[in-house]
Design a protein around this ligand. Structure first.
Ligand code: ADP
Ligand code: ZN
Length: 431
């Protein structure tokens, strides 16, 4: 088995808890002394740094939310003089105003190490050619995997997103072995490779795909089309970027880099901490960062934590795939609908994950349409056959969601592809 930092990735629970406690105590003190915004929250809750003696005291600390980050924008949560920071990154703005995060060189080194762990867990080494098609720039995807690949010593192709023809050319000419991008872009590249008959010219063996939710069915689809192993990777700008957690060869969830980030699962309505194995909102506390160490940050991402032994030998806790974001949940005619549910129906029925959900409000009533792309084979079917397929999809969606969308099958390649995160929902309601 290959590890990048086995002393941390395979530490005993006792040693990990001791390390986490030591780092937590230090970080709380650092934040209390340097971040007026969080000091106020602690004072309001009647908590002092001295009250936090180990990770058992974690739940005494107040939560931070995305709206705190927006309130404190841009410098309000910076824990060091600006002169000590060397980089900013920013969220994609999927759900509103972007927020910024700051890094010292040490923070970047740790982030890169986390991504290096992900690359090694996916079978990467200095002999690999890592093709990074995540966007570079403010988005953390490109810089994160780029830094990780350098740490591993792999040859790094900093492709960034866009220009599919050039991506494919470099992938073939330089024999790229590991592809890093969003799962939706991986599916798009796979489509192009098959359409152009390039399968034999591609040397990929693994993919590290994240930054957006994807299903097990989509994983199988990409793995089959590209003849690779596809690994999930998770992260968010506020906590550092990709590499907060990563999948190993077991492919049953992502190991959290617990020596840097302590995860908790809470009930999103009450804020109560939930036991392992229960689905809820993921919360992270950074314990090794200098410039932007958020404490108990509510990610709004929904998942489950499990501590079962993993066949890879890592002892790091595992988080399940993200089943939704509390903020991507749509409430349509009073019913909660997650795009991931719709995707699961489509993948089960053998459709590619090219779909769009369009919600509007007409005469005070929500309208709900799911547009689904047909494959070229389906497209040649008669109108009657297409109507029958729409009817079948509608029945499966009604069974899954409890409400009925209008299902429309549209021509192959008619839904705009994204080179970064896919745009799944168009909500035209003005409420
Ligand atoms: P934004 O919130 O604007 O999208 P980021 O670009 O920092 O900001 O993206 C972080 C978010 O992306 C996470 O909070 C999560 O919702 C999503 N995400 C990242 N990795 C994954 C993944 N592997 N699976 C599902 N969702 C993910
Ligand atoms: Zn494992």
């Amino acid at each position: 088995m290959n590890y990048y930092q086995p002393e941390m990735e395979c530490a005993s629970r006792e040693n990990m808890r001791a390390l986490q406690s030591e780092r937590l105590v230090k970080t709380v003190k650092h934040v209390y002394e340097n971040v007026a915004y969080y000091r106020k929250l602690m004072d309001e809750k009647g908590v002092e740094p001295g009250d936090i003696k180990s990770i058992d005291d974690l739940n005494k600390l107040p939560f931070l939310t995305k709206s705190d980050l927006r309130d404190a924008y841009p410098y309000g949560l910076l824990a060091l003089p600006l002169a000590d920071a060397v980089r900013i990154q920013s969220t994609s703005g999927t759900t509103g105003r972007r927020v910024v995060a700051f890094y010292t060189q040490h923070d970047i080194d740790i982030w890169d190490e986390c991504c290096a762990r992900a690359i090694v867990a996916a079978g990467g080494s200095k002999n690999d050619v890592v093709h990074v098609s995540y966007g570079y720039g403010l988005f953390t995807g490109g810089p994160g995997l780029n830094g990780g690949s350098h740490k591993v010593g792999s040859l790094t192709l900093p492709m960034s997103s866009g220009n599919t023809e050039r991506q494919l050319q470099f992938m073939m000419d330089l024999d790229a072995t590991i592809l890093c991008c969003t799962p939706s872009y991986a599916a798009f590249l796979a489509e192009n490779i098959i359409q152009q008959g390039l399968q034999d010219k591609i040397s990929l063996k693994a993919g590290i795909f994240g930054a957006e939710a994807w299903s097990e069915e989509m994983r199988h689809d990409i793995e089959n089309k590209l003849n690779i192993k596809a690994y999930d990777i998770y992260g968010l700008t506020e906590i550092s970027g990709p590499g907060v957690s990563f999948e190993c060869t077991e492919q049953t969830g992502m190991h959290v880099n617990e020596d840097h980030f302590i995860p908790e699962i809470i009930d999103p309505d009450t804020g109560d901490v939930l036991p392992d194995g229960t689905q809820g909102e993921l919360v992270f506390t950074c314990i090794s960062k200098e410039a932007f160490p958020l404490l108990r940050y509510r990610t709004r991402d929904l998942c489950v934590l499990t501590r079962d032994e993993c066949s890879c030998g890592r002892t790091l806790v595992k988080m399940s795939r993200i089943t939704g974001r509390t903020d991507d949940m749509l409430i349509i005619r009073g019913v909660n609908v997650f795009p991931s549910q719709i995707e699961a129906v489509l993948m089960n029925a053998g459709y590619p994950a090219n779909y769009q959900i369009i919600v509007d409000r007409v005469n005070y009533t929500d309208t709900f349409e799911v547009q689904v792309e047909m494959t070229p084979e389906m497209f040649s079917d008669t109108v009657k056959e297409v109507e029958a397929m729409e009817g079948e999809l509608l029945a499966s969606m009604r069974a899954m969601l409890g409400i009925s969308p209008k299902v429309t099958l549209v021509a192959p390649r008619s839904i705009t592809r994204s080179e970064g995160k896919a745009v799944r929902v168009i909500d035209k309601r003005k409420i």
